[in-house]
Design a protein around this ligand. Structure first.
Ligand SMILES: [Mn+2]
Length: 353
C-alpha cells in the first residue's frame, strides 16, 4: 500500500505515512517501535497548545516515508532493519482533570510496553528488563513535558530506575515541595523530574543538555544535582564542541537503561518558534541532530519529543523540525554500529572519487 506514488500532501496523516493501528484497544497488534501521541497540555506554566503537538509532528512528517528513510548522516535506513514500526495513534486524555489524564497516560504506556515485541533480538534492552523479556520501544509525541512523569512511572515497572538524557532549555527539576501547594498543583511541566526523583523513578546519573534558562539562583542547580542531573549548557557547544559533549553524556550514562526526552525548546526559537516557553540563544537543529547521532551505542528504552505547540508556528517550521528529529530517534533506536566517519569521506574512500 505504501509506495512512492502516494503524494506526500494527500491522504490521512500518520507519522511518515506509517500504518496506523488502534494498538491500545487491540492487543493482537504487535510491533517493535510504536509512535504514540500524548495530546496533554494542561501542565504548562506559560503558553498552552502542545495538545496539538502530535498532530503537528505527524503533519510535519508528511514528506517522510518508510520507502526512503536512508540518510547519508546515519548511513542507514531505520525502516530497513526488520523492525515493525507503527503509528499507534493518540492516548485518550482528559483535558479537564490532570490527575485522571496522567493516569490515562501511564495506563496507555503500560499497555504498549507490556506487549510482546514483533521480532526479538533487535534491541539492546532485553538484558535490562527485570523480567528478562524484550519490550517494545515507544516514541511518544507530546504534549507538554508533564507526560514524562507517567512515562517514567511505567518504565520503572519494567527497568527500575531509569537514567535520563534530557534535551531542554530548562531544568524541569524545580522543587514541588509538599505542603506548599495541593498534590494536584505539584505536577507540572517544570516539576516532573523532581517528582520522578521523589518517587525513586530516575537514577542519579542523568544529564541535561542545552540548558540556558534563567533561574532563581545557584540553589536551583544544587537542587538539580540532588535530583540526579549534571548540566551541559547551550554554550558548551562552542566552548567544548560536540565530541566533548558526547563524551560527557556517554561517560555519565554508561550502560544504564536510558530514556531520552527532547523538549523542542532546546532548539533556538528562530528555528523552532512553536513552543510554550521559548528561550533565545539555543542550538541549531543541525547541532542537535549531530549530538543525537553521536549517542549510538546506548541502551535506549524509549524516547519522546515534547512541547511542540503549533499555534505559534510559522510555515510549519517547528513541526517539520520535530518530525525530522523523530526520524533521528528511529535511526538511533535501530542502528547497530556507530558510523563516525563523515559520509563524504566514506564515499570517497569507497568509490575512489
Ligand atoms: Mn521541558
Amino acid at each position: 500500500m505504501e509506495s512512492r506514488s502516494i503524494s506526500p500532501f494527500s491522504g490521512l496523516v500518520s507519522f511518515a505515512h506509517l500504518p496506523y493501528y488502534r494498538c491500545l484497544s487491540d492487543d493482537a497488534i504487535t510491533f517493535d517501535v510504536a509512535m504514540l501521541g500524548m495530546p496533554f497540555d494542561t501542565g504548562v506554566t506559560y503558553r498552552p497548545g502542545a495538545r496539538f503537538g502530535p498532530y503537528a509532528i505527524r503533519s510535519g512528517s508528511r514528506r517522510q516515508r518508510s520507502s526512503s528513510g536512508y540518510t547519508m548522516q546515519w548511513g542507514m535506513d531505520p525502516y530497513d532493519k526488520g523492525l515493525t514500526i507503527l503509528d499507534c495513534g493518540d492516548v485518550p486524555v482528559s483535558p479537564f482533570d490532570n490527575a485522571l489524564a496522567v493516569d490515562q497516560l501511564e495506563v496507555a504506556y503500560d499497555t504498549l510496553l507490556k506487549r510482546a515485541v514483533k521480532k526479538e533480538g533487535l534491541s539492546r534492552t532485553q538484558k535490562l528488563a527485570l523480567d528478562g523479556v524484550e519490550h517494545p520501544r515507544i516514541v511518544s509525541l507530546g504534549g507538554d513535558h508533564t507526560i514524562v512523569l507517567p512515562i517514567l512511572r511505567s518504565l520503572h515497572k519494567v527497568y527500575e530506575p531509569i537514567t535520563v538524557i534530557h534535551f531542554d532549555a530548562h531544568l524541569d527539576t524545580w522543587p514541588a515541595r509538599k505542603g506548599q501547594s495541593t498534590d494536584q498543583s505539584r505536577v507540572t511541566h517544570g516539576t516532573f523530574f523532581y517528582l520522578a526523583h521523589e518517587e525513586g523513578l530516575i537514577a542519579n546519573n542523568s544529564v541535561h543538555a542545552g540548558i540556558r534558562c534563567k533561574m532563581e539562583g545557584t540553589q536551583d542547580l544544587e537542587n538539580d544535582s540532588e535530583v540526579g542531573f549534571r548540566v551541559v549548557t547551550t554554550d558548551d557547544i562552542d566552548d567544548l564542541g560536540v565530541p566533548e559533549i558526547l563524551r560527557i553524556i556517554k561517560a555519565r550514562v554508561a550502560n544504564s537503561p536510558v530514556y531520552m526526552s527532547l523538549d523542542i525548546d532546546v532548539v533556538d526559537p528562530g528555528l523552532a518558534p512553536a513552543t510554550g516557553t521559548p528561550e533565545p540563544g539555543g542550538w541549531t537543529t543541525r547541532e542537535l541532530k549531530r549530538i543525537i547521532r553521536g549517542l549510538v551505542g546506548l541502551n535506549l528504552v524509549g524516547a519522546d519529543i515534547v512541547e511542540v505547540a503549533p499555534a505559534y508556528d510559522h510555515a510549519d517550521i517547528t513541526g517539520i523540525a520535530a518530525a525530522d528529529l523523530v526520524h533521528d530517534f528511529l535511526s538511533l533506536l535501530t542502528v547497530e554500529e556507530p558510523s563516525l566517519t563523515p559520509f563524504t569521506e566514506q564515499w570517497v574512500n569507497q568509490t575512489n572519487r
